[in-house]
Ligand binder design. Structure first.
Ligand code: ASP
Ligand code: MG
Length: 443
């Protein structure tokens, strides 16, 4: 076991964890396997899974099952469902200005409560357990309050206690910055806490427990024939997560992909198998299209913008400076040939700010009209199989045309085709495309 501990200590040395090669991590796992059949699992329970004391006791029983099976378990918890929303509201109501580092002190407290309660519930079942707050681990982050990034996790102490048979219950969503202040990782951040901990510990897998039993081919609330996927690639999951399939925080998927952490998304409300998020080479039967996602966006059209070098930079620069992300962009030369019409999309929540920023720059940009439209939805089909199968976009365009749905903007990437359509066609488009790509569940 000594070799393994050395390996974990090595992984624990801050940013080196990032650089540890894939083979190095495999070697660490192999050492563990040679020593014993024991598996190290990181389990993360989201807000609905720890929504009340009954749920927390249920989670404790689930964790105990793994312990009884002889596995090491580190658990990462979210705050009780709704708790963080309430804390955010308190912080905002107290201080109209940016609450800065005190915001994190307030909103991180939800996870402190659930970590303590789950440790208590485990102890009540006779399982050795203790809670760990972010600063106690410590989870080191940068100092961007409210949206910090994890720089390193020092797992030396946790690894020793795990080894000694104690369950670690870690408060998700929080860390500590270089000034010793508490930080939080952005909403939904405990997914990222869990993946980061799994990577640092060299865990065999990271199980994300939520209130849905896996990742579906499309939103089952809209597409009744949506199927649960047994496996999906990191890349596809990354696209789905960033396109509004809100099962996992996008950043957590990127981190799992970079560190090759095997992710299992499953429900804490039943025993269903869940969806495994893995490397492409672990998927034998690749579908051309694995999923269809949708996301509400807002569209802005600028008429008669001067068609000369530097104009795009003059428009998108100020938006970027105001931290407004632009997604799809199209530019059309207008009839006169000297001006162009420009259409692009932003998140709905950013629309008013984007309009204000652009109006401010209007004298410089010289457009004749600005038309905002928040009644649009982006529909995206995603699949790694697209790389080797032509015609995916054509199927999309044909299917939408047959339903009389007008496409306003198109964008593509290697494994994704997205179109912008009027919001009222969302359901019709999702269902028709789901059928067209052969994704419908039988029966
Ligand atoms: N409790 C935090 C939130 O609601 C973090 C999380 O649940 O992942 O955003
Ligand atoms: Mg969540």
């Amino acid at each position: 076991m000594l070799a393994l501990i050395t390996k974990i200590e090595y992984v624990a040395k801050g940013s080196r964890a990032r650089r540890l090669s894939r083979s190095g991590r495999r070697a660490a796992l192999l050492l563990r396997k040679l020593d014993t059949d024991m598996v190290l699992i990181v389990q993360k329970y989201g807000g609905t899974s720890v929504a009340d004391l009954a749920r927390i006791k249920e989670v404790a029983r689930r964790v105990k099952r793994e312990v009884d099976a002889g596995n090491e378990v580190a658990v990462v918890v979210s705050a009780m469902a709704g708790a963080t929303d309430g804390l955010v509201a308190w912080a905002r109501a107290t201080c109209e200005e940016d609450a800065g580092s005190e915001y994190d002190v307030v909103v991180s407290s939800g996870e402190q409560v659930t970590a303590g309660l789950l440790a208590l519930a485990l102890q009540d079942l006779g399982v050795a357990a203790r809670s760990w707050l972010g600063w106690q681990v410590p989870v080191r982050t940068d100092g961007v309050h409210g949206k910090a990034r994890i720089a390193a996790i020092e797992i030396g102490a946790i690894a020793r206690r795990l080894k000694a048979g104690e369950i670690a219950v870690v408060a998700g969503f929080q860390g500590i910055d270089g000034q010793g202040r508490i930080t939080t990782l952005g909403r939904g951040g405990s997914d990222t806490s869990a993946v980061a901990l799994a990577a640092a510990l060299g865990a065999d897998r990271c199980e994300i427990f939520t209130d849905v039993d896996g990742v579906y081919t499309s939103d089952p609330r809209i597409v009744a024939k949506a199927r649960k996927l047994s496996r999906i690639t990191y890349e596809e999951m990354l696209e789905l997560a960033s396109l509004g399939a809100k099962v996992l925080q996008t950043r957590s998927v990127a981190m799992a992909m970079n560190h090759r952490v095997r992710l299992l998304v499953r429900s804490s409300f039943n025993e269903a198998a869940g969806t495994l998020v893995v490397d492409e080479d672990e998927i034998v039967e690749k579908e051309v299209v694995s999923g269809i996602a949708y996301d509400h966006e807002a569209k802005i059209t600028l008429r008669k913008v001067a068609d000369r070098p530097g104009v795009a930079a003059a428009i998108f620069g100020p938006l970027a400076e105001h931290a407004i992300n632009v997604d799809m962009i199209v530019q059309n030369i207008s009839e006169d040939g000297v001006t162009a019409d420009l259409t692009f999309t932003v998140a709905q929540a950013d629309l008013d700010r984007a309009v204000a920023v652009l109006e401010e720059c209007r004298p410089l940009l010289g457009f004749t009209a600005l038309t905002p439209d928040s009644n649009v939805v982006k529909i995206s089909v995603i699949g790694v199989g697209m790389r080797s199968h032509p015609g995916v976009a054509q199927t999309m365009f044909r299917t939408l045309a047959d339903k009389g749905i007008n496409i306003q903007v198109i964008s593509t990437s290697e494994i994704k085709v997205s179109v912008l359509i009027a919001a009222e066609y969302t359901e019709l488009a999702l269902r028709a495309l789901h059928t067209a790509y052969g994704l419908d569940r039988a029966g």
